[in-house]
Design a binder for this molecule. Structure first.
Ligand code: IMP
Ligand code: MG
Length: 417
């Protein structure tokens, strides 16, 4: 059975590590949405791999596929691909020819969009051009990978795009679109990695009888439709986008992944956010710094209300809890089980105006004692009762079993339950 690893919070749940761990049993690892706004750090035997676009399965030498729902910055891809080639011999990477490109002007437009917003209205994007690239896809202006076969056609397309965007770019002090530079770059790009571009039909044929692991990017609460709009990313991060974003019509089981606490980068509602020294402690101990933007992540207690919603919208059938070691030494650990005593069924998670009014009450939390050092444990049964009780409470609330517990960043700090 194919499987999907989906983040249930606001991203950075540790998907990269778990995809690396699980990928051993799969023939292909695939991305279906997002771009290089994602950032995965995977540590294997003292080597750190930082990945933004290429699925973490590449570390085990697994074939990897970027599906048509991904937006691809060719400049970034060349760098990431080069770096991977230095660490992994002969990586097998396929890029769907239907992928839409992120070009320089998308990054400039992202910057302009964000600069027009002030204070709390700022989204806090990664400024990688993700939103504008998806806007162009929906607006039928994308340059697709398959277009690169005919650069004079791309040139004609760029002339129209230039007419559309140059007035805005110039007005806001950004460089106008340089068609020659763009075409020259795309020619170099194609000459270097053109052989990785593949039609969806070929991927379908080659992997029709094989098992695929899907790697989600960002998290369910940043989903364009289900997340706290407008503080969301510009793609559908939830598992139901897999079929469209990969172009592969197949069934899969979803493993939902979440941290033992919560973090968020960028703006937007975060009901369990901590503004005190405990929040700072979690940020320090968990090294909660954005992989892409190097921003300090906001930290808070585990929020079961939003997690239950995420389980539902992703049809999650099993769970993976990560970074439980970060909470080892806290005196007490809080878990949010309602918002102002309301259950998740009564919450509109896409309405940021409403979510921002929520001030949690003491009765919205349950409190758990901590579990101390767990770094040496090698099996689930050995774990301290305090940690097992914490996990059981989560399972009962979410009505989904936890099957994987991650105790630290290394591949071998992963326990199956
Ligand atoms: P964008 O995806 O760059 O447009 O950013 C939109 C929002 O999503 C911002 O709050 C970002 O911080 C957040 N975001 C985008 N990608 C990630 C990610 O991979 N992890 C965590 N947050 C992300
Ligand atoms: Mg990340």
């Amino acid at each position: 059975m194919h499987k999907a690893v989906i983040g249930l919070q606001w991203g950075d749940e540790g998907k990269g590590k778990i995809v690396d761990y699980l990928s051993e049993d799969f023939d292909l690892v695939a991305r279906y949405q997002g771009g290089n706004n994602a950032g995965h750090t995977v540590i294997v035997e003292n080597t750190t791999y930082k990945l933004n676009l290429i699925p973490s399965g590449v570390i085990r030498g697994k074939p990897c596929f970027l599906g048509q729902g991904v937006v691809l910055d060719p400049e970034h891809f060349l760098n990431e691909y080069d770096q991977i080639c230095q660490k992994i011999s002969n990586p097998k990477i396929y890029l769907s020819s239907n992928i839409s490109l992120i070009l320089k002007y998308h990054k400039h437009l992202d910057k302009i969009n964000e600069s027009l917003l002030t204070g709390e209205n700022k989204i806090g994007t990664t400024a990688k051009g993700i939103g504008p690239a998806y806007q162009d896809k929906v607006g039928r202006k994308s340059i697709k990978l398959y277009d690169l076969k005919n650069l004079s056609y791309v040139e004609e397309k760029l002339k129209i795009i230039k007419k559309f965007y140059d007035p805005t770019l110039i007005h806001f002090g950004e460089e106008p679109i340089n068609i020659k530079e763009c075409i020259d770059f795309l020619r170099t790009f194609t000459s270097k990695i053109g052989n990785l571009i593949i039609d969806n039909s070929l991927i379908k044929n080659e992997f029709s009888l094989k098992s695929i692991l899907f790697e989600g990017a960002q998290g369910a609460l940043l989903d364009l439709d289900h997340g706290s709009y407008p503080y969301v990313t510009s793609s559908n991060t939830v598992s139901s986008n897999i079929v469209i974003g990969s172009g592969l019509q197949l069934d899969y089981k979803t493993i939902g992944i979440f941290k033992a606490y919560a973090t968020r980068v960028g703006n937007g509602p975060f009901p369990t956010e901590l503004f005190d020294s405990i929040g700072d402690y979690i940020a320090d101990k968990g090294v909660e710094i954005g992989t892409v933007t190097k921003r300090k992540r906001r930290c808070g207690w585990l929020d079961l209300v939003s997690l239950k919603y995420s389980c539902q919208i992703n049809r999650v059938s099993e769970l993976c809890i990560t970074k439980v070691d970060v909470l080892n030494d806290l005196k007490e650990i809080k878990v949010c089980k309602s918002y102002q005593l309301k259950k998740y069924e009564d919450i509109n998670f896409s309405d940021s105006n409403y979510l921002n009014t929520i001030q949690l009450l003491e009765d919205d939390y349950d409190i758990f004692p901590s579990w101390g050092d767990i770094s040496e444990f090698k099996s689930y049964n050995e774990l301290p009762d305090n940690l097992k009780n914490y996990i059981t409470f989560i399972e009962n609330y979410l009505e989904v079993p936890v099957t994987i517990v991650s105790l630290g960043p290394e591949r071998n700090q992963t326990l199956l339950k």
